[in-house]
Design a protein around this ligand. Structure first.
Ligand code: ADP
Length: 546
């Protein structure tokens, strides 16, 4: 017997319609590439998104076709999120930090018809325009006054002209909620990037899940500033979850340095933010160096790579900003777990509480997870046993775009699980802790050493800005940990002082065999340490123990 409830499809356009009707005067504030601050409301966003939907039709973009963006976090980018997906077009957010060859490869793979780009990327688009195989039109997301006089891009259109010429009446179409909505690519640390094609249903459910109290805990009273870019897994869903609850949105545009972010936090009364640890390092340095405090910000999600406990400690103890350590991946829309305490844990002694908070957290409803051994057998949740983390759920991918092979591993009951490539332990309370990526784990004499644990300890040293731990070749043990350390400006510390941090904190055989001080640690297009590059750089490093 079927239930007798309305069969209303979960569509992205419905979030915008809701925000306009119930939170129409709530503000969206953007720092623009033009340099100034722009403000308007959800009502204005809805109007211009309808104009964008009409404009896309005018450009000949058909349902299901892809349009690409090269854009910072800003209101025009948001208009494209809704104007394209809402009308049945698929939005392909391109990461401008990728190598141009990779960008062209992605836009070709996605078969993008139009590319919308911010002023910052004019030189990039001018240099690559002729190489895109399927792109018919380029649109510069800028005011008319900012349009270049003699651009090398044939037929370049001004975004504002496009909007102005399009009617603002548009009925968002109703279609199957499983229809594709947007396409994001993984950063492709090995081989070509892989496309993950989200649906309306997966996006709306993810927005619900991520707004829950023990995930991001969003409400109409919040002021949300996503530092995580809209080209990195849809800014972790904030462009959907904020309007869903009616929160004010603040976009930082291209200014992601500590000072600019801090000023925007304070000027706009930001209460909630989200970003990767490397970005927060700049912000923390700015507030610490200038003796500042956050007057409104009360919590932030930090994820994308492991958040060092020293960073959680600094935010919480010095600035009263609650850190929600989160974990996820492009293939998961991205949110999988958030570390919110369970009852009783707030009363734990500080060090025990910190031990919980540095874990990646508990699964949000909608994400099922398990850890398995190399034969696929499920492992116990004892907080110690580690295995590969597998996930399933309605906002988790089952197949990569343009690939025929099944991305899932099927269990005895026939259920498909997505293998995350992460190694993790899960404790009795369901708190998951990532110890490594399978490709980063250090295998010493057949036993695994967690590179993340060692990095977290090194980053607790006050002189250390960033630390990466990689496997170096060892004639006896096969691999041993090599610690690469980047110091904070003006700080000095010896190799032995760094190694002293590990005493009593890890088993003796986990202590790195060597420490090398480096000027910089290479970061990828989403701000994560590129350990594959480091392994390449230190391939011939001879350990003193070898
Ligand atoms: P990629 O870098 O592969 O494009 P994602 O941005 O999707 O992709 O990154 C997903 C990966 O990032 C996860 O599989 C995990 O290895 C890592 N990651 C994300 N959040 C965390 C976290 N809080 N702690 C440790 N690792 C994390």
């Amino acid at each position: 017997m079927l239930g007798q409830m309305m069969n209303q499809p979960l569509l992205i356009s419905s979030i915008l319609v809701h925000a306009e009707r119930h939170h129409g005067s709530r503000e969206i504030v953007s720092r623009r590439t033009e340099g100034d601050i722009h403000r308007y409301t959800y009502r204005d966003l809805a109007r211009r998104a309808r104009q964008m939907a009409n404009a896309l039709t005018g450009l000949g973009v058909e349902t299901g076709q892809r349009v690409g963006t090269l854009g910072w976090n800003g209101y025009r980018h948001l208009e494209l999120y809704y104007g394209s997906s809402g009308s049945g077009v698929v939005l392909n957010t391109l990461n401008p930090r990728l190598h141009p060859d990779q960008l062209v490869w992605i836009a070709d793979d996605a078969e993008d018809q139009v590319i919308f780009f911010d002023l910052t990327f004019l030189p990039l688009v001018e240099a690559t325009a002729a190489r895109f195989r399927t792109v018919r039109q380029f649109v510069l997301m800028a005011d008319k006054s900012a349009m270049p006089q003699d651009s090398k891009i044939p037929g370049l259109i001004c975004y504002e002209d496009l909007i102005e010429s399009a009617p603002d009446q548009y009925d968002w179409p109703l279609f199957d909620e499983n229809t594709a909505s947007s396409l994001c690519y993984t950063s492709g640390t090995t081989g070509n990037p892989k496309g993950v094609l989200y649906s309306h249903r997966s996006t709306v459910l993810h927005a619900y899940g991520s707004a829950l109290p023990d995930s991001c805990g969003l409400s109409a009273r919040d002021v949300v500033l996503p530092v995580v870019p809209m080209f990195h897994v849809n800014a972790w869903g904030t462009p959907f979850s904020a309007p869903l609850v009616g929160a004010k949105l603040v976009f930082p545009g291209p200014a992601l340095d500590g000072k600019s972010l801090y000023e925007l936090f304070e000027a706009e009364g930001v209460t909630f933010s989200a970003g990767v640890p490397t970005v927060w390092q700049g912000l923390l340095a700015h507030v610490e160096d200038n003796d500042l405090q956050f007057s409104t910000m009360n919590r932030t999600v930090i994820g994308g790579s492991a958040c060092p406990p020293a960073m959680i400690e600094a935010f919480e103890s010095k600035f009263s900003v609650q850190v929600l350590h989160g974990w996820g991946m492009t293939e998961m829309s991205p949110l999988g777990t958030v570390c919110a305490l369970k009852p009783g844990q707030e009363k734990l002694p500080h060090s025990e509480q910190m031990a919980v908070k540095s874990k990646q957290g508990r699964a949000i409803f909608g994400v099922d997870m398990k850890i398995v051994d190399t034969d696929g057998n499920e492992l116990p949740w004892d907080g110690k046993t580690t295995g590969e983390l597998m996930v399933r759920g309605p906002w988790i991918m089952q197949q990569y775009f343009n690939r025929d092979d099944d991305a899932l591993v099927h269990d005895a009951a026939g259920l498909g699980w997505f293998p995350t490539g992460d190694v993790a332990a899960i404790d009795e309370d369901g708190f998951m802790q990532i110890t490594d990526r399978t490709k980063d784990v250090i295998k010493s004499g057949g036993e695994w050493i967690s590179s993340i644990d060692l990095e977290n300890i090194a980053m607790g040293h006050p002189a250390v800005a960033m630390a990466a731990c990689i496997a170096a070749h060892h004639p006896k043990w096969d691999e041993r940990p090599l610690l690469l350390v980047m110091l904070k400006p003006g700080k000095a510390v010896t190799r032995d002082e760094v190694l002293a941090c590990f005493e009593g904190r890890v088993a003796r055989w986990w202590v790195p065999d060597d420490v090398v001080f480096v000027d910089a640690i290479p970061l990828g297009a989403t701000g994560k340490m590129q350990k594959n590059k480091l392994r390449e750089m230190f391939r011939d490093h001879r350990l003193p123990t070898a």
